[in-house]
Structures are given as C-alpha cells and as structure tokens.
Write a protein that binds this ligand. Sequence first.
Ligand code: MV4
Length: 498
Amino acid sequence: MFKKVLIANRGEIAIRIMRACRELDINTVAVYSEADKNALFAKYADEAYYIGPSPASESYLNMDRILEVAHETGSEAIHPGYGFLAENPVFARRCTKEGVTFIGPDASAIESMGSKIASKETMRAAGLPVVPGSNESISDVGKAADIAQSIGYPVIVKSSAGGGGIGMKVVRKKEELEHAIESTRRVAKSAFGDSTVFIEKYLEEPRHIEFQILADTIGNTIHVCERECSIQRRHQKLIEESPSPVMTPELRERMGNDAIKAAKAINYTNAGTVEFLYSKGDYYFLEMNTRLQVEHPITEVVTGISLVKEQLRIASGEGLNHKQEDIQQRGWAIECRINAEDPLNNFTPSPGKLRRYRSPGGPGVRVDSGVHTGYTITPFYDSLISKLTVWGENRDEAINRMKRALYEYIIVGVTTNIPFHKAVMNNEYFRRGELTTHFIDDHNIIADVAKVVEADKEKGATLASAIGADDKKVAAITAAVGAYMQGAKAVGKDDHKR
Ligand code: MV4
C-alpha cells in the first residue's frame, strides 16, 4: 500500500479521500488555491501546499504545479477526486510517465469514453443494449431525415464530444430536424471544439440508473449495485438513492452483468460507473464515468464497502477485497446534495459566509462536508455545502429519516436548497418511487418549495436574530476549527501511547 498520497481536489471530496487514507495509515498531501488557503481540507491533510490563484484553471487544473508538489513531497500516487483533472487522459498519462500512480483507470480507458459515437459502438459490439440511432456522425440533413424516419420521431440530436447534455435538442417532426442539427453542431463546436453530432430515438420519460463498478489490475471486475439518479436539474443531480425503486433481483443481475461487460470491453480498472437510461422495462447504455462519483456514499452505505479504500487498494496493485457473490445491498440509502443556491430563483448560486452551521446527526445519518461555522463559500467553485446521506431499513424509513435530518440542519448566512429537498421528501410521487428525469417540472416542485420557505421563515428569522452580528466570534471559531482538525493527524499513529 502507498505511504503517501496527494489529493488533487478540494472540499468535501478531498476530506472524504483523506479519511480513507488516514484509516489505512497513508500520509496525505493537500494542494490548495488562494481561495482555499483556510479551508478545512488543507488543514486536515498531513501536509498542504499552495498551488495558485483561485480560478481552477490556475490551480486545481494546473498539472505542472500539482506534479511538482507530488515529486517534492515524495507522493507515490495522486487521487483526482471528481471534476477538475479526474477524467483528463492527458493528466493520467503524465502521472504514469512521471512515475506517480494515477488513482483511476488507464488514460486509454478514459479516452475510449470521450467520443459518444465511438463508445456507443464499442458497447453495442460488446453486446450492451444501446438506443437505436445513427451510430455515426450526421452531416447530411437528408440522410438524417431518413434515419429519423426509420427509427420514428421524436428523436434527439446529441454532440459526440461532450457529455452533460450540452447542446442536445429534441426533434418532434421532420421540419425541426435541420435547425436542431445546426444548433447542436454550433453549441458542440463552441463548447468542445468538435461539431460532430449524432441522432437517436428520444425516450420521453426515462430514469437515470447507474451501476457502480470495481475492477482490479489482476483480472477481477465486479458491480456493487445501482444508484437511481433521476432527480436532477439541468443535468445537475440533486437527489440520489440506492436501490432504485424499479429494481428487481433479475433486472439487477442483467444490468449489473452488462455493466461488467462494459468495463471489460475497455479493460477498465479502478472504480467507475456505467450509466443507463431506463424506460418502460427496457434499459440502454448511456455513458461511462471513469471516476469516483459525487453520489458514491449511497453505495457505501447500502453495501458497507468503502469505494475509496477499494480505489487505493486497486491502484496499489492489490486484488479486490470483495467477490461478486458476497455483494449485498442492505436497506435503503438516499443522498440530498445540500447546495448554496436559491431554488426559488432558478437555483442561482448563493455564495457567502456560513454565519451559523450545524449539521444533523443521530442514527443512520452521514454528512460529507468541508465546511463549518465561519466558512465562506466562494463563487470560484461549485456551491456544494454538503452531501447528506441517510440509511433506513426500507425506503419509507430512509425518507422519514431524511426529512427529520433536513429539519435538524441549521445553516445561516447563505440561501440553501434545503427547502427543495423538504418539498421532494413530502411529494406523493417521490414517496411512491415514481421518478423520471423530468420529475421537478412534471410535479411543479418549485411551488411546494415556496410553501416550505414560507413555513420555515419565522423559525429562521428567530435563529438569525438570536445569533446577532458578532463577526469576531465567528472568526475565532474558524481559527479554532482549523487548529482542532490538525490534532486529528495523530489518528492511527499510536496517539494514545504518547
Ligand atoms: C437521452 C434522453 C432521452 N432519450 N437520450 C442527458 C445527458 C446526456 N448525457 C444524455 N441525456 C439524455 N439522453 C435519449 N435517447 C434524455 C436525457 C436526459 C437525461 C439523462 C440522464 C439524466 C438526466 C437527464 C435529463 C434530461 C435528459
């Protein structure tokens, strides 16, 4: 196992990774930007190094500087977390070339998922179900119209180079096709520098169901079950759960085996996720994420497996700690992403100082976060405050537990999406497990959010006025939290004997 690992990320995920390292007695190296110089994750690490100004392009995306720190500190491996350099094949390759282990798949596996057309073809050839479509680049409108005619409207025009739904256009009749192709090409060109587009059958109300994969470097590939991530807005997931409400043991076996096939088809190693669209009993390969995902905690909670520890073991050359037949989901997990954003104002980010922060606890509650009272959420990075994950014996208990945890959450100073989550937990369709990727619009959740905000207002105002405006106190807490966290470095190092 490694003795020292550099974490090329920030916030809650950096802390999540360092927690696994600490339990495995691996020393941690943090890298931080100007905006993060007082951040908890940098304090938590055994060593921390400044890598540049606040914009990610000058810090967390600065490969030269990050590798320089890795070499100077003698780090044997780099964990990229999610986002930033996590799915950058150039970075993965550079790490390998410079003798630092990239904790993730080979650069070639990352690359093979870069083109949507090529990855779809790879998976079709491997025997996975894919959405009927052009399976090649579309340039000629006449030919596109023929394909659309043969698969039947509605169809969807997608860019091949980029994920995240950027530029996608739904086409309901032939007359709209030319414009949609033009528009998707234009957006794809400016967003990814590549105007290649393709078309496929549009599924009206699909669910997003993904399978977590683990593959070691000595030939073992397993799936650790699914996550349902249908509740999202503009391709930003907001609520995830495991199992999926539509899953049966038979479907899990089929989809899980297909996910394993997908991983094997590209010689995948480490942790990855195979995404599927599910509609009316059928499922289709969508894309593969070659990284640890934001929503990994729900899998950890229902399977008892530490995905991050498995990543570290795999990267250091060890075999998987678990066999497929030993994998079991127990109970139900739900994750709500708690963001500093205003659901009543189009979910616009609401950066600022957390004047009061107290997270929920008690049975079955897990909070992944890198914030504390006095912490300032800056506009430079995403607006994630925490990931609130609950476990219940069954879905009802998980929902009720999430509700009570949301009502225990105290955050003063920024607007959060907690009222949104409260509204969803109370929604009758959600409670019945009737989820689609159009859930928020279909059920007018925002109207319910307004009611929750109104009902919460009085309590919030009382709290805010009781706290008052003593910024000195808040600053003192900030300093104390940092100092205290540094004490945690002794964990696993026979602190009790000293
Ligand atoms: C689709 C689809 C319906 N039919 N493809 C969105 C992200 C991109 N990677 C693929 N996406 C979709 N592809 C067909 N043929 C609907 C979506 C989609 C979606 C997928 C997963 C999660 C959320 C979504 C929200 C809107 C649309």
